[in-house]
Design a protein around this ligand. Structure first.
Ligand SMILES: [Zn+2]
Length: 569
């Protein structure tokens, strides 16, 4: 319904323009989807536009835009107002720019730790401590521990089996249902001697211990008691705030299944560890004991301790409503307008949290992903300017600002499961996250105008050549393929919102300028953004969108390996 109104408006504008510009132009009659003409609207992508809007969007008043907070709501309203001013079509719920959805949140309220001595059947409590936003305990939950856990404690030295070096610290007892206490480090090389093979790492140790059915791991660090207490205080912020958000429609209520790791993985206070090991002198005594074991690392064997630990997490469940923001430009070609190019960015960030050394607690997310979000807004503005002059792409464009990316790509997942336009008609996704800074490597090389591209050629050779052609006629940035590898162990191609399109077989291109020292810090602020570079990347994204939207054929997915990977999902 709204589409027709806009079509009518654009057509009448076109007639006015044509009518005003005299006979010469009227006889040539510029086609309303002309690619060259559309590309010329990249001039509406400017440093001024980007600086103006990003200064507002990443200001402290947006409170870090965390999903489920007033700051996020304010950011969504800001975007929606901008789209309304441009007159873009609202394709969200009830003709708004919002696509609402519900998230279930779990809040960690506290964890109770009870340490017992055990002699035979006798059990008596040694210590009961509570980790919460108000208090610290004898243990710090490093991760996992979503189940109530209870078991005897066994000391396993460095917790490694390394047959090549004749080290067997996990041999000799059943680990089933036990807490396994180990030194945090693995002493691969000490004083030039190789003690443990480099192939034995934290991951293999972790797998060996939990593979044997252990209840949890207790790590003895080299911290002093005071340092441990400081770390425990820093961890207090993990309590009393909603965490672990899940899409309500995907939540089966079974948090220990697909959800976070349910077994225990804790740091233990040096004083408590020393007591269990019968050592007098806390952290110092532990250090001496570690040395002693190192001297005869092959002779160490498992030591049952007369202690047990019960760990009981208390959580509360809640539900919040949040929203993606979406706006639409109708294509001009009757044959192709049902096909849509989706441009995405995530507008949420991580909110207010731990202060940095300057006392700043607001995580502004100017680069992450203010840069991509305001870039997208500027692209919308360029298409809007063109549409005002009666020039529109052949295919339609959806501007999609997703939320809850920082909570696990939840907003893009929701959209991809509840698409406003059918996924079969979604010809490509252009995504950007963090495109306003320079990483260390490029800083050293003195290269400012670059972007990493993920997707593109590893999915679709058409998409790759469209982006290269677009770039040469717009931003002319260096397109860096470094992370663009389906074999990449980091699997960057799965790590942002584009993957929710990719998993359904939609070709995507992700623009990214790399990690920097302000990543997820309060110092990710607008004055550090390189606007000239940002504007060039945004022009390349705009031009790429134009070429995709105007191509005779949508980009074909032709990389067999990518096709295989998406089949697995
Ligand atoms: Zn991000």
């Amino acid at each position: 319904m709204q589409r027709n109104i806009t079509t009518g408006l654009c057509l009448s504008l076109l007639l006015i323009i044509a009518g005003c510009s005299g006979t010469e132009k009227a006889s040539q009659k510029v086609p309303i989807s002309d690619t060259e003409t559309l590309l010329s609207y990249q001039n509406s992508i400017t440093e001024n536009f980007l600086r103006h809007h990003l200064s507002i969007f990443a200001a402290d008043s947006m409170e870090g835009r965390e999903t489920g907070t007033p700051g996020e709501r304010k950011a969504a309203e800001y975007l929606s107002e901008q789209y309304a001013q441009m007159g873009l079509i609202p394709v969200g719920d009830n003709d708004t720019y919002y696509q609402h959805f519900d998230l279930n949140t779990t809040q960690n309220d506290s964890i109770i730790f009870e340490t017992y001595t055990t002699t035979g059947e006798e059990k008596s409590i040694v210590s009961r401590s509570v980790a919460s936003s108000q208090s610290t305990a004898d243990y710090i939950r490093a991760f996992g521990g979503t189940d109530s856990l209870n078991g005897e404690i066994i000391f396993a030295g460095f917790g490694v089996n390394d047959p090549a070096r004749e080290v067997a610290h996990l041999e000799g007892a059943d680990l089933q249902g036990k807490w396994v206490m180990v030194f945090q480090d693995i002493p691969h090389v000490e004083n030039g001697d190789t003690l443990i093979s480099s192939s034995v790492d934290n991951r293999s140790r972790f797998n060996a211990i939990f593979g044997a059915g252990a209840e949890g791991i207790l790590l003895i660090s080299d911290m002093s008691e005071a340092e441990f207490e400081e770390a425990a205080r820093a961890d207090q912020s993990a309590f009393g705030e909603p965490s672990n958000m899940q899409l309500a429609y995907l939540d089966d209520g079974n948090s220990s299944g697909q959800g976070p790791f349910s077994k225990g993985y804790n740091m233990i206070s040096p004083d408590m560890a020393a007591q269990m090991l019968n050592l007098v002198g806390g952290a110092d005594a532990i250090r001496d004991y570690r040395e002693k074991i190192l001297q005869n690392i092959k002779d160490f064997s498992l030591q049952p301790l007369n202690y047990s630990l019960a760990q009981m997490p208390y959580t509360s469940k809640n539900s919040i409503r949040t929203e993606n923001v979406l706006a639409y430009i109708d294509g001009s070609d009757p044959e192709l307008k049902d096909e849509v190019v989706v441009i995405t960015s995530h507008y949420d960030h991580v909110g207010i949290g731990q202060p940095d050394s300057t006392g700043d607690r607001i995580y502004n997310g100017a680069d992450d992903d203010g840069s991509g979000t305001i870039g997208l807004l500027n692209i919308a503005h360029a298409f809007h300017k063109a549409a005002e002059d009666g020039v529109r792409p052949r295919r339609s464009i959806l501007f999609l600002n997703v939320t809850a990316e920082e909570k696990g790509l939840l907003g893009s997942r929701y959209y991809s499961d509840h698409p406003v336009f059918p996924i079969e008609n979604t010809v490509a996704n252009i995504n950007s996250d963090m495109i306003g800074r320079i990483d260390e490597e490029h800083e050293e090389q003195g290269i400012e105008e670059y972007a990493y591209i993920i997707g593109g050629e590893i999915i679709s050779s058409d998409l790759d050549s469209l982006i290269k052609a677009a770039n040469s006629r717009s931003g002319q940035i260096e397109l860096n393929n470094r992370y663009n590898d389906l074999q990449d162990p980091n699997q960057f191609y799965r790590r942002s919102d584009h993957w929710n399109f990719g998993r359904l077989g939609v070709p995507f291109a992700f623009f990214f300028t790399g990690i920097h020292e302000d990543y997820h810090q309060p110092s990710d602020e607008v004055h550090k953004i390189r606007f000239e570079k940002l504007s060039k990347i945004v022009r390349t994204m705009y031009a790429s969108t134009v070429l995709i939207a105007n191509a005779d054929q949508p980009p074909a997915v032709d990389n067999q390996q990518f096709i295989e990977i998406t089949k697995e999902n």
